[in-house]
Design a protein around this ligand. Structure first.
Ligand SMILES: [Zn+2]
Length: 402
């Protein structure tokens, strides 16, 4: 009798116990919602063009992503907010239509629960501006809608921070509005992404933030001298605050040889294999103050056709440069350098895979295990594959003061 009772108790305990979470494999910087919005693709079907979709990432063993919606090109008064809102709505529609295989993660605990249930955990992030004027209520609204990471500087200099990509620096880094936004992001528990801010802005954001900050998709300047890459002193400062860097996969960010090749051939262009315009940014347009929808209508038409022209096709990549596209081992060299300078707890994956030969040799979202192998071959620990991202997410939340 006692044996039967004991067996029943064991059965109840094991069936109700929380399933152990499998090891995390996190890419902290991916993009797919913009394609859903502009190209109407099904991101859960492997796409014939482009390097990344949910379907192939799952095949590659990924169980957590930070998906970055990005209102590229919508830089003028209030259009950033409008486009960000549309993309967040698109993101939620995809979530609802695929609730059996993916779920929005608002906390680190959510991530573990969702992964343990066998689904893809998706953290929502914003690249390229949440509102160029830096309205604090808009920031709070996006948080309510599930946003847990924001790239602080957008792809153009805005009302609170200087961008390293486009627009002249205005603030010598960040200004008082920027500091107010950082305080609010800390309070809300939104991860602050310093990617694409100027070096000065990055230093000031790290200093001003009470929580760890991240650089979701960067290379190391000491390994490849691309000026958009991160210098060691900023990496040290970021690590001292507990932050993490995600290592990018772009060929001209990873490989000095590839960067030199593209620099020699297209002045100022650092992104390889992309049709003109070579930069990831769209024209900066300013709207007239008074209209009845004409401006946004014209802007949508312009941006839609630009998106399809730039991204609705595979980037062919220069055939003559095929031999010099970097390998995953060269990618791992950035991981190793960052680990040596900052410690392995401060390095992670942030590939920014997009539409073609911007990236590593013969690589797409099915290839994450090759990155894991390349890291292990250099004797680096598996926390780089996922746990580091989660630690920062947890720390951003722990910093909430109410
Ligand atoms: Zn970016």
């Amino acid at each position: 009798m006692t044996i039967i009772i004991r067996a029943a108790i064991i059965l109840i305990l094991t069936s109700t116990a929380i399933r152990p979470s499998p090891p995390l494999l996190i890419d902290g910087h991916v993009h797919i919602t913009n394609r859903v919005y502009w190209e109407k693709i099904d991101p859960w079907k492997p796409q014939p063009i482009g390097d990344w979709d949910y379907a192939r990432a799952r095949q590659g063993g990924v169980n957590v992503v930070i998906e970055n919606i990005a209102p590229y090109g919508y830089n003028s008064y209030n259009t950033t907010v409008k486009q960000t809102g549309r993309l967040i709505e698109t993101f939620h529609r995809v979530l609802e239509a695929n609730s059996a295989r993916m779920e929005l993660a608002l906390t680190a605990a959510d991530v573990r629960r969702i992964v343990a249930n066998g689904k893809l955990a998706v953290i929502l992030g914003i690249e390229s501006g949440f509102d160029q004027e830096g309205d604090i209520d808009i920031l709070r609204l996006w948080h309510r809608l599930g946003v847990r990471l924001i790239q602080f500087s957008s792809q153009v200099t805005n009302s609170y921070a200087d961008s390293s990509l486009r627009g002249e620096p205005e603030w010598n880094g960040i200004n008082d509005r920027g500091r107010m936004l950082i305080a609010e992001m800390n309070r809300l528990g939104i991860m602050i992404d310093i990617t694409h801010a100027t070096d000065a802005a990055q230093r000031q954001i790290i200093q001003a933030s009470r929580a760890p900050v991240v650089a979701s998709h960067v290379g190391m300047r000491a390994v490849c001298g691309n000026p958009t890459n991160m210098p060691d002193d900023i990496l040290r400062a970021l690590a001292a605050k507990g932050g993490v860097v995600g290592i990018h996969s772009n060929a001209a960010v990873i490989s000095q040889r590839y960067f030199d090749w593209t620099r020699a051939r297209s002045a100022g262009a650092y992104l390889s294999g992309r049709p003109e315009p070579a930069r990831a940014e769209f024209p900066l347009l300013r709207s007239p103050n008074r209209d009845f929808g004409e401006y946004i209508g014209a802007l949508d038409t312009e941006m839609g056709s630009l998106w399809r022209r730039l991204f609705g096709q595979q980037w062919p990549g220069p055939v003559e440069a095929e031999e010099i596209v970097p390998t995953e081992d060269e990618w791992a060299a950035h991981v190793e350098h960052a680990a040596r300078i900052a410690g392995p707890a401060h390095v992670a994956i942030g590939l920014d895979l997009t539409h073609g030969r911007s990236t590593l040799k013969n690589f797409d979202a099915r290839g994450y295990s090759r990155l894991a192998d390349a890291i292990r071959k250099r004797g680096l620990p598996d926390i780089i594959l996922g746990e580091n991202w989660l630690r920062v997410m947890e720390a951003a939340k722990a910093n909430q003061i109410n």
